[in-house]
Design a protein around this ligand. Sequence first.
Ligand code: SF4
Length: 181
Amino acid sequence: MVKIKLATVWLGGCSGCHMSFLDLDEWLFELASQVDLVYSPLADIKTYPAGVDVALVEGAIANQEHLDMIHQVRDRTQFLISFGDCAVTGNVTAIRNVFGPSKSAESVLNRAYLEADVQPKLPQGDLVPTLLDQVIPVHQVIPVDCYLPGCPPNAERIRAVLEPLLQGKQPELTGPELIRF
Ligand code: SF4
C-alpha cells in the first residue's frame, strides 16, 4: 500500500491546534498505518520535503520566516489545509493588527522587549525573525485547498477532514462538523 505523505506545519499559532490533533487518540494508530509523517513539529525533521500529499498548516503569517515557509509549503504540497482559526482568519495572532499597519510590529516588540522586560533590550540580528507589520491569514498569501476552522478545531472535525482524504475523496465540512466545538 502506498502511504500518503502527511505534513503538519506550525506558523504563528499557540500549538493548540497540534494539541487537538493529538486528541485524535486511538485513531492516530489507524492514521499512522496509512500515512508517512514527513514533516511536523511532532517529529524532528528539519527540512520540508518535496512531494507532500497533505499538509495541515496551523497559525497565521506573522513574520518573514512564516512568509518564506508558507511559499515553500505551497510549492511542495498537493492538498493544503488551513488548520484552525489563526490560519483561517488571523484570530489571536492578529490581535496586534489593531495597532494599525505601520505600528503593529513596532508596538509588539516594544511591549515584549522594552516595557515588559526587567532588562529592556530589543533583539539584535537574526535572533528573532523580522515581524511583518500586519498578521495575515494563510489564504491571503497562498491558495488554500480546505479550511478547518475552530480554536482549536476539535479532534472529530480534524478526523472529518483527514478521513476522506485517506480514501482519495474531497473532504466536505457540513452540518454538525462545522458547528460542533
Ligand atoms: Fe491556538 Fe486557537 Fe490559534 Fe489554534 S486557532 S493556534 S488553538 S489560538
